[in-house]
Ligand binder design. Structure first.
Ligand code: ZN
Length: 436
């Protein structure tokens, strides 16, 4: 007859599940290994009872926020990171993921998307079919947090929250449009009488747990009124403003925007767009970035990609990357795929920056710790013990890849990112099948 504590130890023991995201290095339990394992397990049950729901073994952890870039094991329990160490014993883990040869990074944050999907407003981004469905694209790209960039305004944010934010598995935050109905299409988005800083600030304060900033977008007049309204709302609510600089027959001055309007913490999105009616950050003639933009960055203004349909050009991004002017955040401006000609996913954009020569660590930072800082949620974007267990396991696939922008300018690379697994709050929410 076994003593009760040993009998309980045997009852509690079971071989951990091995989830192989890397099929080439599948682990097998031979009888000899099993015997050694059983012996170790008996010992551990008696002297040490640390439990993990999930253990990720042998991946290269890249976490710029916590200054980690080396092979480490990551242990998870109760939805949080329990431990990070060079060799964590798998005995007490319910599941073990073999991540050798892969990158383990914090769950990524896509800071510019449009996910106010609905059926009310036709082909529009606010409560309409043009917005994407958050859970349909986030997890398969390693994204665990997304930010809607102004699809809703102060009049319809409660609908967005009720119908989308509260029902999605992806963590969703929002920039609130200064326009009352958000991105309702034209001519509504030019209506300055519906840009109400007091009402926007009041809704932003009421929904402080969801709203992370104010958005101004698509304005087409050669005047500062709309931007000033957004900045006023931002000041009243103590939140940053994300600026889509719009377009107009007489373009507004980018220098004036950076030196007289934007505050530290504000975000200039679509930073690599070269569109008619708007000044671009790289001078189209000299291919240089003006000193005032470098100063703006030093002052604390952030530059976001917001890739979208017409908002990214290699003619802008290449000179910027080659001079070390990297984006603060890489984001998709994701909309419904039915709109056509839109970006594929965040991994595709990250791969473009890799092909342009941006260092991998900087790319990961611009999808994790930087956007977390921009939206003032610095509890996200890292993997330190105690933080919520949002993780992405990525592969850097080798090959010959061509990346085209909307003008068919091409950049070639020999690597691209693939997502092999995504974990949200300790739960595996996406696992790549070979047919994906
Ligand atoms: Zn957008």
């Amino acid at each position: 007859m076994l003593p009760a504590f040993l009998a309980q130890g045997i009852a509690r023991f079971r071989t951990p599940d091995y989830l192989c995201v890397n099929s080439a290095v599948e682990m097998r339990l031979t009888p000899a290994i099993l015997l050694v394992t059983l012996t170790l397990i008996f010992a551990s049950q008696i002297v040490y009872a640390q439990h993990y729901s999930l253990l990720i073994k042998g991946g290269r952890v890249v976490d710029p926020k916590d200054n980690i870039d080396t092979e480490m094991d990551v242990a998870i329990d109760k939805g949080r990171i329990s431990a990070i160490a060079h060799d964590i014993n798998p005995i007490n883990a319910d599941k073990v993921v073999d991540a050798r040869g892969l990158y383990v990074v914090p769950g990524m944050i896509d800071i510019h998307t449009h996910v106010f999907h609905g059926i009310k407003n036709g082909d529009n981004l606010c409560n309409g079919s043009a917005s994407a469905i958050a859970d349909s694209f986030s997890f398969r790209s390693g994204v665990t947090t997304i930010v809607d960039a102004g699809s809703s305004g102060w009049r319809n944010f409660p609908i967005f929250k009720r119908n989308v934010i509260d029902k999605s598995k992806t963590r969703i935050y929002a920039f609130l449009n200064i326009e009352g109905f958000g991105m309702r299409g034209e001519p509504f988005e030019q209506d300055t009488t519906d840009m109400d800083p007091e009402m926007a600030a009041s809704i932003a304060k009421k929904y402080r747990q969801d709203i992370v900033g104010i958005k101004i977008a698509h304005f087409e007049e050669s005047e500062w009124l709309a931007l000033d309204s957004a900045e006023k709302a931002g000041r009243l609510a103590s939140l940053p403003v994300m600026v889509d600089f719009g377009s107009s027959s007489r373009p507004l001055s980018l220098k004036t925007l950076c030196t007289r309007h934007l505050r530290p913490g504000d975000i200039f999105t679509h930073c690599f767009a070269e569109v008619r009616g708007r000044e671009s950050i790289v001078d189209t003639a000299t291919k240089k970035i003006a000193p005032y933009l470098q100063l703006a960055r030093k002052k604390g203004i952030d530059f976001d990609v917001g890739y979208g349909k017409i908002s990214f050009d290699f003619s802008q991004a290449l000179p910027a990357v080659h001079t070390g002017f990297y984006p603060s955040s890489i984001s998709t401006d994701m909309q419904s795929p039915e709109r056509g000609d839109t970006v594929k996913n965040l991994l595709n954009i990250m791969s473009r920056f890799l092909a342009m020569g941006m260092p991998l660590r900087e790319i990961i930072a611009s999808c994790t710790m930087n956007p977390a800082r921009e939206i003032r949620h610095e509890e996200l974007g890292g993997i330190a013990p105690g933080t919520v267990a949002d993780l992405a396991i990525l592969e850097l696939e080798k090959g010959k890849f061509s990346f085209f922008d909307r003008r068919r300018q091409m950049v070639q690379g020999d690597e691209r990112f693939r997502c092999r697994m995504t974990i949200r709050q300790g739960e595996i929410v996406y696992r790549e099948r070979r047919s994906d």
